[in-house]
Design a protein around this ligand. Structure first.
Ligand code: LA6
Ligand code: MN
Ligand code: MN
Ligand code: MN
Ligand code: MN
Length: 578
């Protein structure tokens, strides 16, 4: 029997105890009878379970911790406000604080520092590749206009970066990181990326290079640029790196102490969120009743942590964890379990947004959509109460996702091979970026203009671009298994079919495509500012970043490996030893 399931925050819980009527659900065995004819995703079972989630506990809670964190935080603030620090040291401090994962505490201070540097940078040694690149990256990150021309001085007459610069490997790494803040048609920045990537690759391949710390930094950067990295994973890596590489000075140890304590305290909040959600998940009974689908609560929680890692976003994280479990299960219904006839009927009927309308469909569909509608309606109710606007019509655009799922199911069942552009036209919706970001919009925006609402209804460019990055990155990580179990051609295969090229060549092409879309996303950050708030723009980027993180070792969502499990452990389970 389904139990009432609630996502509502405790202090807004007037719908929390709403009793779910179960009379319309007849849990007969019909689905067991037909299950023999159905496909299976052959996904491995989850390696995490309810008892484990319930056992999560942290000692980084309570007043003593908070008090200590407050004191340490004030030390860092004093450091940022120091008058006698020169511009380069200020930039380095900002960069360090960001990489340590604690910049969300100092947004005003950081903004002031960057504004001052933007308005008056004579002090900064512009001949220095490291300083110039760092300034370019940090200013662009914070939406200040900096032209690519500031790198011209490092180039020779033929428009190439001077070969002698390769001796300054720290500067080259900064140039590489800066190049990922570029927008379309910036030839100098393209050149910067090629130049830095080449010399960094040569550097780590040179067996005579002795600077182990620098090798570690270069390898980390080559794996993924900072711009693409998920902040919590990066923080965990950087805290360790900084500990071994920074000078033994007082300010370093005070920064590190704060970063570690803050990491552990925020992790304790994630554990609370996850414990709550594991109870919620158990109450859905999907694990038992929809056994064909992936059970991925830990991974779904990590997606939601990635969209917005800030501690106060607990309610939003819970909603997005539920949304991601819905996506995972419904995607498996469309891709693997259901028949095409069921999917056609289901897709049509979901538009009525009422589980009673699904009566003609098998029980597994009703079990799924009962929980789905109840929870999504509740999420909309909470948002409507909070914002005083009608939110449900926007959120009901889940049905666009189901339409896109059906298109793919029809392609698969008919053996149709779409062209790359036909595929992508549908695939940026079927990857669920729009659904996720629409939910996040109502969870992050402080106020709502008609223009912004209209834009959200039609999926603005920033949503489209972020979703495209998610789709391409997902396909690169998941298509191997998908094609094995039977699925429509994914981005790489569509390009191979279009052009008649090898898989390797197609993968290379798709990687370039990804870089180009990131450039467009960078550009859109500025344009979006006139319509959306910074927190919403941030979650669009964070969606792209958490995707990079989830698929960095393969299909980290559907078939997590030991490395993925390690990541879950250091993000959610184990604190940093202090
Ligand atoms: C993708 O699985 C899936 F279910 C996710 C929850 C991850 C992607 C989406 C988010 C949360 P699969 P398909 C942004 O790779 O069938 O099966 O679209 O998705 O390729
Ligand atoms: Mn299962
Ligand atoms: Mn799928
Ligand atoms: Mn799918
Ligand atoms: Mn996939």
């Amino acid at each position: 029997m389904l139990k009432p399931t609630s996502l509502a925050p405790v202090n807004r819980s007037s719908t929390a105890g709403k009793v779910v009527k179960i009379s319309s659900i007849r849990c007969t065995t019909t689905h067991d009878k037909i299950s023999n004819d159905r496909r299976s995703g052959n996904y491995p079972p989850s390696t995490w379970d309810y008892d484990f989630f319930q056992s999560l506990t942290s000692s980084f809670k309570g007043e003593i911790c908070s008090k200590q964190a407050c004191e340490l935080k004030e030390n860092v603030r004093l450091l940022l406000n120091k008058e006698d620090l020169d511009s380069l040291h200020k930039l380095e401090l900002v960069d360090t604080i960001q990489r340590l994962g604690v910049s969300y505490h100092f947004e005003d201070e950081i903004k002031r520092i960057l504004e001052a540097i933007y308005n008056n940078d004579e002090e900064l040694n512009s001949q220095d590749l490291h300083a110039t690149s760092l300034k370019f990256r940090l200013l662009r990150q914070h939406n200040f206009n900096v032209p690519q021309d500031i790198f011209k001085q490092f180039m020779d007459k033929s428009g190439k970066f001077k070969a002698s610069l390769s001796k300054d490997m720290k500067g080259v790494v900064q140039l590489y990181e800066a190049s990922y803040l570029s927008i379309k048609n910036e030839e100098i920045m393209d050149e910067a990326q090629d130049f830095s990537t080449k010399h960094m690759t040569d550097y780590i391949n040179d067996i005579s290079c002795k600077d182990e710390i620098l090798v570690k930094l270069v390898c980390h950067a080559l794996e993924f640029p900072q711009r693409w990295r998920e902040p919590r994973q990066e923080a965990r890596w950087f805290i360790e790196f900084y500990e071994t590489s920074a000078p033994a000075e007082d300010y370093v140890s005070s920064l590190l102490s704060f970063a570690k304590l803050d990491y552990n305290m925020v992790q304790a909040i994630y554990q609370d969120d996850l414990r709550y959600m594991s109870k919620w998940w158990k109450d859905t009974k999907w694990g038992e009743k929809l056994g064909f689908a992936r059970e991925r609560l830990m991974e779904c929680f990590q997606w939601s942590m990635g969209y917005n890692p800030n501690p106060e976003f607990s309610y939003g994280r819970k909603v997005l964890t539920a949304v991601t479990t819905f996506i995972t299960t419904i995607d498996d219904i469309y891709d693997v379990y259901a028949t095409l006839e069921e999917l056609e009927l289901l897709t049509q009927l979901t538009k009525r947004w009422d589980v009673a309308e699904l009566d003609q469909l098998p029980d597994y569909v009703k079990v799924c959509f009962k929980v789905f509608y109840d929870n999504i309606n509740q999420v909309a109710e909470v948002a409507e109460r909070e914002h005083g606007i009608s939110v449900l019509p926007y959120i009901q655009k889940w049905t666009d996702l189901f339409d896109a799922y059906l298109v793919e199911a029809k392609w698969y069942h008919s053996g149709y091979k779409p062209s790359l552009s036909e595929y992508l036209d549908n695939a940026w919706i079927s990857i669920t970026g729009p659904v996720i970001l629409t939910h996040l919009y109502f969870l992050t925006e402080p106020s709502f203009t008609d223009e912004a609402l209209q834009s959200i209804m039609n999926y603005p460019k920033i949503v489209r671009l972020a979703a495209m990055i998610v789709r391409i990155t997902d396909d690169m990580g998941t298509s191997y298994h998908e094609l094995e179990r039977g699925d429509t051609p994914k981005v790489v295969q569509c390009y191979m079919n279009d052009k008649g090229v090898s898989e390797d060549a197609a993968r290379e092409y798709v990687k370039r495509m990804l870089i180009e879309i990131w450039k467009e996303l960078n550009e859109e950050m500025q344009a979006a500012e006139s319509t959306f708030s910074k927190p919403f723009i941030d979650v669009c980027f964070n969606l792209a970043r958490i995707t990079t993180c989830m698929y960095m070792y393969g299909d980290g969502h559907g078939a997590p490996t030991a490395k993925d499990r390690d990541r879950s452990t250091y993000l959610i389970v184990d604190p940093i030893p202090i």
